[in-house]
Write a new protein. Structure first.
Length: 282
């Protein structure tokens, strides 16, 4: 398989080498294309440094990268890198995108904002299987545990029929012999941080961040991680909710005077409305 490795911590992060090594150990071909700078919290942003329709590339030498792996730094968010890869921007279109290893867990509602997860979801939305991997520490001491879990998960994920889902893996920063195992998990119902907002003057908003805690949720990724388990959670790229009950709203209901009907046999013009979008249709 052709595997693209990316992240949101930037091309200087040691986590890239862990994913590259896991893919090589599984016998795959690896290309690394990661942001030239940190893009944490970028979610699925398609932002990048573009000049005349060209995204800037820079030389990249990620630490501890296995010999022979081609690496490039991209002045773009990780989701844009995955997007570009789906069009062959970095050579052949990859068969899978591995994102991470992120410095810090991506659990609960925090996954919505994660650039690591955003890259994998963007790949999936373009028909490419993806896996995001994170480790709980900002300064990991046990990369070997992340490597072990990644290889195990990859072995099973690579043979799975693609159904639009990605795999979100979180690994505690503990020695392998202290790891309790790998367990399926639900997303915790709360995020990683909470904010206290204080309005300052008309040009500033003061914000203080602190760790968020919630009730005990024994099946959640956050709970299991704090109790020594690596976790695996299935996530899906955005899809429409086919169970939604919406109806067409007429122009009259919206307080708009309908235009003159040119063809009395033709359909009445209306507007379909949902919570976020107004779409004109005939």
């Amino acid at each position: 398989m052709r595997i693209l490795v990316t992240n949101d911590d930037g091309v200087a992060s040691a986590g890239l080498a862990v994913l590259a090594q896991a893919a090589l150990d599984r016998g795959h071909r690896v290309k690394v294309a990661a942001p030239a700078e940190e893009y944490s919290g970028a979610s699925a942003s398609l932002s990048g440094e573009e000049v005349d329709g060209k995204i800037a590339l820079v030389d990249a030498h990620p630490p501890n990268m296995p010999a022979g792996v081609e690496c490039v730094g991209v002045k773009a968010a990780p989701a844009l890198i995955a997007f570009l890869a789906s069009y062959g921007a970095f050579g052949e279109v990859p068969d899978m995108v591995l994102s991470g290893v992120n410095l810090g867990a991506n659990t609960g509602k925090a996954t919505l904002h994660s650039g690591t997860v955003g890259a994998a979801l963007t790949a999936a939305s373009h028909g490419i299987p993806g896996m995001a991997v994170s480790i709980t520490s900002g300064k990991p001491q046990h990369w070997e545990t992340a490597l072990l879990v990644t290889k195990f998960a990859l072995e099973r994920w690579e043979s799975r029929t693609f159904d639009g889902r990605i795999l979100n893996i979180n690994v505690p920063d503990v020695a392998p012999d202290r790891l309790r195992g790998l367990k399926p998990a639900e997303l915790a119902s709360f995020g990683a941080v909470q904010a206290q907002v204080h309005r300052g003057d008309h040009t500033h908003i003061a914000v203080t961040y602190s760790a968020e805690t919630g009730r005990e949720e024994p099946d959640s990724d956050h709970y299991l991680l704090t109790h020594g388990w690596a976790t695996a959670t299935l996530l899906r790229a955005p899809v429409n909710d086919t169970n939604a009950r919406l109806r067409t709203i007429s122009l009259e209901e919206l307080g708009i005077t309908p235009p003159a009907i040119r063809d009395s046999a033709g359909p009445q013009e209306g507007i379909a409305v949902d919570a976020a979008t107004v779409m004109r249709k005939t």
